[in-house]
Design a protein around this ligand. Structure first.
Ligand code: SF4
Ligand code: SF4
Length: 359
């Protein structure tokens, strides 16, 4: 890894240099919130944000994309030739870069790599940006508070300058050509350590750090808690829409009215939608909120970990804000914290756990 330092005032020049050959997607303000959007000027970017409403996932995995078109009369299909736009995702925080790394695992590092995702990913540069957590951030619990790979440049803010981690030649060339780049000094390294410490101290200490959550989920798989949690679910699917790592999709054939031509589309799907696990014949493998919400939490905090050695949740906190029924991984951590308190009381001679229930 190569480290360099640039002045903060050079940043618009860096963005402008990227814009010469790329579409630049960056955080912009929308009312009181921030979203990732395509910019037409560096002035539109607002890097002073904690979390965007949704992640930049849609620029790699669009909510709807056509995979192929077919003609029943000629019996031919037109392979989807991706009109790929060279793109820069600028200003992504570590959780979102780690989320992209999860998507890479799913769509690239499998026996059947996804050509649509692969083409977009290959044409995308990622410029990361340091951040400060708000009350709903818990990326540090899942080791997603630091991006160790998956970006081309990473900008660590040191106030009036940035310490830049460089990991691609293409991005390094653009950086060199557009900014006054210098070597990092001892003062830069000291300021970097201070910034890192300030950030670590800023995480919400009220969110329980329960590292064995996956194991506990197996132990409490049949607990009535899941029915209570799932019973609140409105099936609105907002949690999946904002989540940077939700990748489930449906395939839809859209026929022209004459039935002769059509397209095959891929569209986002969500495991909290009632029809998600419904199969031909009408049977639904997850017919109620209990099963659906439990499945979602298992995929985030248990199943993906078993298969890929890391949580699927990166602790971005977006679903904490998006879910109006207060269903999110922090709730699950709080449940296990409470369970731990119950068990501790039971072990101290309160077999019925009455003290904990009354508390
Ligand atoms: S489950 Fe929630 S906190 Fe975890 S990555 Fe998805 S949106 Fe973020
Ligand atoms: S868990 Fe919350 S956000 Fe997700 S579908 Fe249910 S109510 Fe909607």
């Amino acid at each position: 890894m190569l480290y360099r330092v640039i002045d903060a005032q050079d940043l618009p020049g860096l963005v402008a240099a990227f814009m010469e050959r790329h579409e630049v997607v960056a955080p912009v303000r929308r009312g009181s919130k921030h979203v990732f959007d395509v910019i037409s000027s560096p002035d539109e970017i607002d890097l002073d944000y904690t979390t965007t409403v949704a992640s930049p996932k849609k620029y790699l995995l669009p909510p709807r994309e056509t995979l192929m078109a077919y003609n029943a009369e000629t019996n031919r299909i037109r392979e989807y030739e991706a009109e790929i736009t060279p793109r820069v995702i600028f200003g992504a925080h570590p959780c979102d870069i780690n989320a992209i790394n999860r998507l890479d695992q799913v769509f690239l590092e499998s026996p059947y790599a996804d050509p649509y995702y692969a083409a977009r990913r290959k044409a995308t540069l990622v410029v990361g940006l340091s951040c400060m957590p708000d009350d709903t951030c818990f990326c540090h619990l899942w080791d997603s508070d630091e991006a160790r790979f998956g970006y081309d440049l990473f900008l660590q803010s040191l106030g009036d300058r940035y310490l830049v981690s460089i990991s691609s030649v293409e991005a390094a060339n653009i950086l060199e050509a557009s900014c006054d780049v210098r070597e990092a000094t001892d003062a830069d390294r000291i300021d970097f350590r201070h910034a890192t410490r300030r950030r670590q101290d800023a995480f919400n200490q009220d969110i329980p750090d329960i590292q064995e959550v996956a194991m506990l989920m197996d132990a409490f798989h049949s607990d009535p808690y899941w029915a209570e949690l799932g019973g609140r679910c409105l099936s609105c699917t907002a949690c999946s829409a904002v989540c940077p790592t939700c990748y489930c999709f449906d395939i839809e054939d859209v026929l022209a009215p004459d039935g002769k031509t059509g397209v095959r589309d891929r569209i986002w799907d969500s495991c909290t939608a009632p029809q998600f696990a419904e199969v031909a014949g009408g049977h639904n493998f997850r017919p109620d909120g209990r099963n659906r919400v439990r499945h979602r939490m298992y995929h985030k905090l248990n199943g993906f970990l078993a298969a890929h050695d890391r949580m699927l949740c990166v602790g971005c906190g977006r679903c904490v804000t998006a879910c109006k029924a207060n269903i999110n991984p922090i709730e699950v951590l709080n449940f296990f914290k409470a369970k731990g308190s119950d068990d501790a009381l039971d072990a101290e001679g309160d077999p019925a756990g009455t003290q904990a229930k009354e508390a």
